[in-house]
Design a protein around this ligand. Structure first.
Ligand SMILES: [Zn+2]
Length: 462
C-alpha cells in the first residue's frame, strides 16, 4: 500500500458504505492535471469545431463521478456548443448559483510559439499552453470541484449550475443561448474575470472581484456628397473634409467624469498600493469624486481614463472611390466603452451634439450593443470571496473592480443576473500572455483554484 494512500484508504475502510468521505485538494490534484492535459490538447479554437467533443469529454468525467445523465446537457449552437450541468440543492425554493466559464480559446499558431501550444508543458514553476490562463485551468478546476462534491456526498441547500459557453472569444452565440435559458438565478460567478495580483517577488498585492464591465459600442459616422471631377473642387461640400471636421470634434471632446461604489473602491485600493502623482490622484478622487484636478490626472493615463469616464475613439476610416474624383462617401468607426448605467442612446446623442453637423449620419453598428449594468456589491458574496481568499493569503485586500469588458457576464447582467468575476488565480502584471504567445500560468495556481472553488462554493451554497 503506498504511504500516501494510508490515511485516505483507512478512512474509506472505516466509513459506512453509504457515507462519502471528505477529500483533500492534494488527492484531487493528479486527476485535475490529467484533465488539464487533455483540455490543453483539445483545439477548441475558432474554425476547428472541437468544442462539442471537449464538452462531451467533460460530460463523461462528470457522469463517471455520479452525475445523472439528465443533469448534464450539451446544447449545440452553430459550430460550437454550451455545456450545462446541474448540481441539485435540497431547497427547491432557492434560486441557483450559476458558475460561468468558456471552453473555447483564442487561435494559436504553433510555428510562432516556443513550445507546442496544444501540449501542457511544465517548466520553471510555470504551466505553458493555449488556454492555461484563459481559461481551461478554471474550466477543469470547476468540473473537478463538482466531481469532488459528488464523491464527498455534499448536498447544498442552494443548487449550482455550470454554464460553460463555447464561443466567448468570438461570437458569444452560445453565451446568448445560455443567458436566454438560465437567467432565473440568484447570481453568477464568472471564473473568467477578476483575480489576484502578485508583485515581482510573488507577494500577493490585491484581489479584485469584477462587479461591472463597460458596455462596448461601435458607431459609424457617414458623410455623403454629390462627388464630381476632382478638377472642380467645392471644399465646403467635400465628404472627406466634413468627416475630418467631425472627427476633430470627437477627438477634442471628453465625456464627464463618473463614479460608482465599485470604481471608487478600486481606485482607492490601487492608489494605496502604488506611489506617485497618479496614485495620489486616485486616492483624492476616491475621497472626492468631484475633484476635477484629480480626474484630469487620472484621465491623462490611458490605462485608467476608462475607470472614470465613458471613452470614445476613432478606430477606422474609409473614404472616396477614385484618385481623381471628389468623394461621394466617407465613413469612420467610433469605438466607445460606456460607463455602466449610461445608455447607448445617450452616448449617440452626445456624439451628435459634439459633432454639431446634421449632415454627418451617426449609426449604431449592428448587432446592437448589449448594455451591461453594474452588479450590486452583495455583502454575502463579497464576504464569502474575501474569507476564501484570506484562507490562502490572510489580510490581502479584496476589492471590487470594473473591467473594460466584455466577458460572458455581459449577457447575464443584461438579463438581470448579478455577476461577479472571481478568477481564483493570482499572477504578476502582464505575465500570463492570455490571448498572446507562450501563454502561461504559475503552477501553484492549480491547487489554489481547487481549494478556492471548494471552499467558496461550500460557503455560498451550503
Ligand atoms: Zn477568457
Amino acid at each position: 500500500m503506498p504511504r500516501t494512500c494510508l490515511t485516505a484508504c483507512l478512512a474509506l475502510a472505516l466509513a459506512p458504505a453509504s457515507q462519502a468521505v471528505a477529500e483533500t485538494t492534494s488527492q484531487a490534484l493528479p486527476a485535475t492535471m490529467d484533465m488539464l492535459t487533455h483540455a490543453i490538447a483539445a483545439r477548441t479554437v475558432e474554425g476547428k469545431d472541437q468544442v462539442p467533443a471537449f464538452a462531451q469529454y467533460l460530460a463523461g468525467k462528470l457522469e463517471s463521478a455520479g452525475f445523472a445523465k439528465s443533469d448534464i446537457e450539451i446544447i449545440p449552437v452553430e459550430h460550437t456548443a454550451a455545456l450545462v450541468v446541474h448540481y441539485r440543492g435540497s431547497d427547491k425554493s432557492l434560486k441557483p448559483i450559476l458558475l460561468s466559464a468558456h471552453m473555447d480559446v483564442v487561435a494559436a499558431n504553433p510555428a510562432d510559439w516556443k513550445r507546442d501550444p496544444f501540449k501542457l508543458v511544465r517548466e520553471n514553476g510555470y504551466l505553458y499552453g493555449r488556454g492555461v490562463a484563459d481559461m481551461k485551468t478554471n474550466v477543469i478546476a470547476l468540473v473537478e470541484t463538482m466531481m469532488r462534491f459528488k464523491r464527498e456526498g455534499f448536498t447544498p441547500k442552494r443548487g449550482m449550475i455550470l454554464v460553460f459557453s463555447g464561443d466567448e472569444e468570438t461570437d458569444m452565440a452560445s453565451t446568448r443561448e445560455l443567458a436566454r435559458r438560465y437567467h432565473k438565478a440568484e447570481f453568477l460567478l464568472n471564473a473568467d474575470a477578476g483575480g489576484g495580483t502578485y508583485d515581482s517577488n510573488l507577494k500577493p498585492v490585491v484581489y479584485q472581484i469584477q462587479a461591472a464591465e463597460k458596455t462596448y459600442a461601435d458607431f459609424t459616422l457617414t458623410v455623403t456628397s454629390a462627388g464630381g471631377h476632382s478638377s472642380e473642387p467645392e471644399p465646403s461640400k467635400n465628404a472627406i473634409y466634413r468627416l475630418a471636421k467631425a472627427l476633430d470634434h470627437v477627438a477634442a471632446y471628453t465625456f464627464p467624469a463618473e463614479h460608482s461604489d465599485i470604481t471608487l473602491a478600486s481606485l482607492k485600493a490601487t492608489g494605496e498600493h502604488t506611489t506617485g502623482a497618479l496614485a495620489q490622484a486616485m486616492r483624492q478622487f476616491a475621497a472626492h469624486p468631484d475633484d476635477a484636478k484629480a480626474a484630469a490626472v487620472i484621465s491623462a493615463d490611458p490605462a485608467y481614463v476608462g475607470q472614470i469616464r465613458t471613452t470614445c475613439v476613432a478606430t477606422m476610416l474609409d473614404g472616396g472611390h477614385a484618385l481623381n474624383a471628389l468623394p461621394q462617401r466617407a465613413t469612420a468607426n467610433i469605438n466607445c466603452r460606456i460607463f455602466p448605467g449610461d445608455s447607448v442612446a445617450a452616448v449617440q446623442a452626445t456624439l451628435a451634439k459634439t459633432i454639431a453637423d446634421p449632415s454627418v449620419k451617426i449609426d449604431v453598428k449592428q448587432p446592437p450593443p448589449v448594455e451591461s449594468p453594474a452588479s450590486p456589491l452583495r455583502p454575502d458574496v463579497m464576504n464569502a470571496v474575501a474569507a476564501t481568499i484570506h484562507e490562502r493569503f490572510p489580510g490581502v485586500d479584496v476589492v471590487p473592480g470594473m473591467s473594460a469588458g466584455a466577458s460572458d457576464s455581459m449577457y447575464f447582467r443584461n438579463a438581470g443576473v448579478p455577476c461577479y468575476g472571481v478568477d481564483p488565480t493570482f499572477s504578476k502584471p502582464n505575465d500570463t500572455f492570455a490571448h498572446g504567445l507562450n501563454e502561461k500560468l504559475l503552477a501553484s495556481e492549480v491547487p489554489a483554484a481547487l481549494d478556492f472553488w471548494h471552499s467558496l462554493l461550500t460557503r455560498l451554497a451550503k
